[in-house]
Design a protein around this ligand. Structure first.
Ligand SMILES: NC(=O)c1ccc[n+]([C@@H]2O[C@H](COP(=O)([O-])OP(=O)(O)OC[C@H]3O[C@@H](n4cnc5c(N)ncnc54)[C@H](O)[C@@H]3O)[C@@H](O)[C@H]2O)c1
Length: 336
């Protein structure tokens, strides 16, 4: 399956590597660097290099895994390695990993020598259904999620579920959170299909359907100024939770934070009368403080993307602090 995005193609197949080989043959890159973490290096790099021997001469830049490494310090190490190895403007960066690697690697490539080409080869479910497509990249800064970043399109994205075979279950569920979100904000039929115990579990179909939905939204609003904000459902609260627990003994995975965020935000949607719907010991004030730093807030107004039914979403809904407190109280009650 080939999905056409604004300026690049997304190849989704059990074996998309023939397309990757064709891509590499068609370009005249002077050098190539593969950015990965220790897990994607161990489990995915051998598969990639076997399928695509031309990449065996690429430089390998290995970072430590985890959200705590999506930082300016690690980006500086990437740039340093590229500079020390004389990477010029005709260098290709290959991001091989989960959302942390595609966000970090995409950002590094987008500003190195004012921008070099990069491709994404996602190796987590979350990366495949969400982070690797849509041209957003970035870093966390001052413990705030994605505070620094650019909108830069990859040259291409190559998605193969083969990499999911080694992905721990917790990270499969992490990716499913974004799949549920996509269905909730844009496709009632998809949501119904996912809610059905007998639903088709074929990862290729699931990923393809999700990427198509995301791609349609991104094409209409590449810079997050309108309809794309629907994809932020669950993320305003979710990012605050993720920031709150970042660096703690029990950090929340992105998808886990988004799941909590979707439940709380659905309650807010209910309080706003957008939708009718028949613990976590978080620090309420800290979360409210973190919310005011979220990029989706504007001045002192807190703006949310809230579902107004299954399969549709309102963006830029003004929400009061009292409504947020009430939703968090509701959530604590649910958990207790
Ligand atoms: N740019 C976007 O549009 C966008 C969208 C959603 C999320 N994100 C970002 O994505 C990040 C989360 O991504 P993630 O959940 O993929 O996390 P991740 O990149 O940290 O990967 C999760 C874990 O899986 C390991 N791993 C990766 N591939 C593996 C494989 N095939 N087998 C075994 N282990 C493997 C990694 O080393 C890591 O430990 C967050 O930083 C989030 O902000 C970005």
């Amino acid at each position: 399956m080939i999905i056409q995005s604004a300026g690049y193609k997304i190849f989704i197949a059990d074996d998309p590597f023939g397309e990757l080989r064709r891509f590499l043959r068609s370009r005249d890159y002077t050098s190539c660097f593969i950015i990965c973490d220790e897990n994607s290096m161990l489990h995915c790099l051998p598969i990639l290099v076997t399928a695509c021997p031309a990449l065996s001469s690429a430089g390998i830049i290995e970072t430590e895994s985890g959200e705590q490494n999506k930082t300016l310090d690690i980006a500086a190490q990437v740039w340093q390695t590229m500079a020390e190895n004389h990477a010029d403007r005709k260098t290709l960066v290959v991001n091989l990993g989960g959302g942390v690697i595609t966000d970090l690697g995409g950002f590094c490539a987008s500003v190195y020598k004012r921008g070099v080409d990069f491709i994404n080869i996602p190796t987590t479910l979350l990366g495949m259904v969400d982070a690797s497509v849509g041209a957003k990249n970035g870093l966390d800064f001052l413990e705030l999620k994605n505070l620094i970043g650019t909108f830069t399109e990859p040259e291409a994205v190559f998605i193969s579920p083969v990499f999911l075979e080694t992905l721990p279950y917790q990270h499969i569920m992490n990716g499913m959170a974004e799949v549920y979100k996509m269905a909730l904000v844009s496709d009632k039929k998809f949501w119904k299909a996912l809610s059905d115990d007998e639903h088709d579990n074929d990862p290729l179909k699931l990923i393809t359907r999700n990427v198509k939905l995301k791609n349609e939204i991104v094409k209409k609003d590449p810079f997050d100024e309108g309809v794309r904000k629907a994809l932020n459902f669950g993320h305003t609260i979710g990012h605050a939770l993720e920031s709150l627990y970042m660096g703690s003994e029990n950090p929340l995975l992105h998808g886990e934070a988004v799941l909590h965020g979707m439940i709380i935000e659905t309650r807010i949607a209910n309080l706003k009368k957008l939708i009718s719907v028949q613990g976590l010991e978080f620090e309420e004030n800290e979360i409210l403080g973190l919310l005011s730093n979220d990029k989706k807030t504007s001045g002192k107004t807190l703006r949310f993307s809230l579902i107004n039914g299954i399969g549709s979403c309102s963006v830029d809904v003004n929400v009061s602090l009292a409504q947020i407190r009430s939703a968090m109280a509701y959530y604590r009650e649910l958990l207790s």
